[in-house]
Ligand binder design. Structure first.
Ligand code: 26W
Length: 814
């Protein structure tokens, strides 16, 4: 597209040239003509950072001046992905930079490729936090994210002979650092271990913590731009270091290692992100990370509040603190600690402030993901926090007893401390004014199952906010051709107001628009094929159907059921190689937690099926199975606009919401999915003609469990399923997968715990429907169009407005 060079364009370009020129000269002592691509990348980032810093300063001043209430979003993960393209687009400066760079022979797209993909998150939870930051800024809400500056983000995945290898993700020196502004002036200290002594002093109880290990927390700020606004928020990332208390005595006595030890212990806290998703490990370092994040953030929030208002009494009027899942739940006792120990509030006053300040989102009901800590270790690491949690627990149990006299079991179930364990979800519910799930179904399940007892006691605390995605990032910026078609047909209003996507429905009978949609998809598929050929050396046929399942590898997400269907299809093709079918490419992308043996076995299975098919030229023409390594935000941005079919096939009741489902939908992929998480709401909005729903519902799953689920019944009844499962024994490409067969049929305990076999038949049948629909090009394109048109609801903008209005009670700054 030709760039329109207006007067303002030229003046912005001049400014840009000046700033970049001065960065290059200051940091590298060179001129733009002398810069290499990496130096230019860094200068570009620093120049953008400067623009954002200026706007951020304005916002801080405005927020102060208007005494606006702010939200502070505490989360152990922010899966930001690259941000240069996003920032330039949000600021409306992409063309300016493109033009400037071309003058010196640089391509902006190549500069984009220089940016590392900061993987400070595992999956859904972390990416949601990143989408929320975008929506807050874009709608002028004053809000700040808090997390940890992990030196190593989520591991990089390499697949070698079907095996997942984990490599360290060294993102900071690799070009990530230049986004960050260190704020030494805002550093705080966090105490661990030691003992607690109480002493009466001038009519208050003084709490003295002694013999603690002190860790310094230094904030590094990343700026968060909004689209078409000057609102720029911050994401504050804490780095842990030792507070220069080098043990000189130990050192001079020859105990060199001991002298270094404390230093190493302190910085270990922000070294790595735990790579387990939806699985609690109970590791003490993880508990330290959680307290470190919470304590540093609260000190910062309260310090600023006090400086402005000189009191903490009005905290809930000016501050909303949100805990994203239970990982930052220690914010509850930590806030109590600061209010009581440092500001001498009474228990009741402090508790009132705490509960009115904190809110909590639950993101999972999987029992293995719910955090519990061994109480003894907890007390050792956080003695003062333990005392406070004990007191919260005692007072709560008394209240619960009064509401449920005689029902010890119920009170026991709801207690925070039980059988030597600390239950973080219970703490979170007890200390929050609102608790929400992330889809209608999930919020319902919370009220009926894991939080049922609390729902009886505090019905008004529970609500639902269905997740949403940053639609500009996932549609406008990653699928520019589709965005251009939308701009042309429905105008550009949807970029700011995603609900306006609905207007696209009016074109559902317009043959020329439907054809253009098809053309855009085809082009995206070609682009994607080119991209993965270049970046991963993988060849795929862009004219085949792209059937995609991209998400963390987990049993409940049932990549295995997808694999079983693929095996069945492969065996049918082998039997009948002349079958007249349109070629299909099954694409998988997924990281498995390094210690999750079964998930890694499923990766292996998918790769080995793929490899066996590659050896058979007749089959390879009709179906291929490709595992794309190192799924991250950048790969998702390329892959999703190219997908025809989106696989959202978790066992109903297990996927809290899903957000990948929304990203595929808004890019015109058609979903094949179970009635789980937000799929339910997608189906309601789309109507059953525009989505392929299959399988047992959450309620039916429950009934099946109650009746006694037997996977072998399904296996014995269905010859095609039997044949697919049996094929695991001899296996693929020379490797047996008998263990997976055993898991499905003969496990000690429960076989096939996620009911792959129970849904297999429905799934195959749904795939048949998909195939037929795809052959009717007009119908398929109409479905794609409806998916795009109905996706506005799933924008993070809507979602954040609901949080702002119903939970946080914050307003946009003027
Ligand atoms: C302590 C180990 C651990 C780590 C991460 C437990 C739980 C988690 C996350 C809460 C798991 C997660 O990311 N959940 C996903 O959250 C998304 C955003 O709400 C939802 O869309 C997904 O359905 C949910 O699985």
């Amino acid at each position: 597209m030709a760039i329109e060079k207006t007067e303002s364009f030229e003046s912005k370009k001049e400014e840009t040239a000046e700033v970049i020129g001065s960065k290059l000269s200051r940091y590298f002592g060179i001129s733009p003509e002398e810069a290499d691509e990496q130096q230019m990348y860094q200068a570009v980032v620093m120049s953008v950072r400067d623009v954002l810093a200026g706007y951020n300063k304005e916002l801080i001043a405005k927020t102060k001046q208007q005494s606006s209430k702010q939200v502070f979003y505490l989360c152990m993960e922010f899966l930001m992905g690259r941000t240069l393209k996003l920032n330039l687009n949000n600021l409306g400066l992409e063309d300016v930079y493109r033009d400037y760079l071309s003058q010196y022979g640089f391509s902006l797209d190549a500069i984009y490729e220089r940016e590392p993909d900061p993987g400070l998150g595992n999956g859904g939870l972390g990416r949601l936090a990143a989408c929320f930051m975008d929506a807050l800024a874009s709608q002028d809400y004053p809000g700040k994210g808090f997390s940890i500056l992990y030196e190593y983000g989520l591991f990089k995945q390499r697949i070698v002979d079907g095996e997942q290898m984990e490599l360290p993700d060294i993102w900071l020196p690799d070009g990530g650092e230049c986004w960050l502004v260190p704020r030494q002036d805002k550093k705080v200290t966090v105490n661990f271990g030691g003992t607690v002594r109480e002493e009466w002093r001038e009519n208050h109880l003084e709490i003295i913590q002694e013999g603690c290990t002190v860790v310094e927390a230094i904030p590094y700020d990343m700026f968060i731009s909004g689209a078409g606004t000057r609102t720029v928020n911050t994401l504050r990332l804490w780095k842990a270091t030792d507070p220069d208390t080098f043990d000189m005595q130990a050192f001079s006595q020859g105990q060199y290692v001991k002298a270094m030890e404390d230093r190493a212990m302190a910085s270990a806290i922000s070294k790595v992100l735990y790579p387990a998703d939806n699985h609690h490990e109970g590791k003490l370092l993880r508990l330290s990370q959680q307290y470190f994040l919470v304590s540093a953030s609260l000190q910062n929030i309260l310090g600023n509040h006090l400086a402005q208002y000189k009191t903490l009494k009005n905290l809930p009027d000016k501050v909303a603190i949100h805990i994203n899942d239970t990982h930052p739940a220690l914010a509850i006792p930590e806030l109590m600690r600061i209010l009581m120990d440092q500001h001498h509030f009474s228990w009741d006053e402090a508790w009132d402030i705490t509960v009115h300040t904190i809110s909590y989102t639950n993101h999972t009901v999987l029992p293995e993901a719910l955090e519990v800590w061994n109480e003894n270790l907890f007390a050792l690491k956080l003695p003062r926090i333990h005392m406070i949690v004990k007191e919260i627990n005692e007072r709560f149990c008394r209240e619960a007893w009064n509401c449920n006299v005689g029902d010890w079991n119920k009170v026991g179930r709801m207690a925070i401390l039980d059988h030597g364990m600390v239950h973080m979800a219970n703490l979170s519910v007890i200390g929050s004014h609102h608790i929400n799930g992330v889809s209608e179904l999930h919020s319902d399940i919370l009220k009926k199952t894991i939080f049922r007892d609390y729902y009886d006691m505090y019905p008004r605390r529970f609500c639902n906010v269905t997740n949403g995605i940053a639609h500009r990032k996932w549609l406008c910026y990653s699928n520019p051709s589709l965005a251009a078609l939308l701009d042309e047909t429905i105008g550009t209003g949807y970029r700011k107001n995603p609900e306006e996507l609905e207007k696209f429905s009016a074109y559902s009978e317009d043959a020329s628009i439907l054809q253009r949609l098809e053309d855009i998809k085809r082009r995206n598929k070609h682009d994607f094929a080119g991209y993965i050929k270049e970046t991963k050396g993988v060849l795929i046929d862009p004219d085949s159907i792209f059937d995609v399942q991209a998400k963390r590898m987990h049993e409940y997400k049932r990549q295995l059921m997808n694999a079983l269907h693929i095996i069945d299809w492969y065996l049918r093709l082998k039997e009948n190689p002349d079958m007249d079918v349109r070629p299909k490419t099954f694409l998988f992308a997924a990281k498995a937690a390094p210690g999750y043996y079964f998930a890694k076995d499923v990766i292996r299975l998918i790769c080995y099926i793929g490899a066996e098919i590659e050896k058979d030229p007749a089959i390879r023409k009709k179906m291929r199975v490709v595992f794309l390594e190192n799924y991250n935000v950048t790969l998702a941005e390329h892959l999703i606009p190219a997908a025809d079919i989106s696989e959202q096939i978790s066992l109903a009741g297990k996927e809290a919401s899903g957000t990948g489902n929304m990203k595929f939908m808004i890019n015109g992929a058609v979903t094949i999915g179970t009635l789980d998480g937000a799929n339910v709401e997608m189906a309601e909005l789309l109507g059953r003609d525009n989505i392929f729903i299959f399988g047992h519902t959450a309620q039916e799953v429950e009934e099946l469990w109650r009746k006694g689920y037997s996977s072998s019944d399904y296996y014995n009844r269905n010859p095609r399923l039997k044949r697919a499962v049996d094929a695991l024994q001899p296996g693929f490409n020379g490797r047996s997968f008998a263990d997976i067969g055993k898991y499905l049929l003969y496990s000690v305990g429960i076989s096939d715990p996620f009911m792959c076999l129970a849904d297999f038949d429905f799934f195959s049948e749904a795939h048949e429907r998909v195939r037929a629909a795809y052959e009717d090009r007009g119908r398929w394109n109409r479905m794609a169009l409806q998916n795009i048109a109905k996706a506005g609801f799933f924008a993070a903008d809507r979602c954040i407005r609901q949080y702002a209005e119903n939970i946080w009670h914050i307003k946009p700054v003027e």
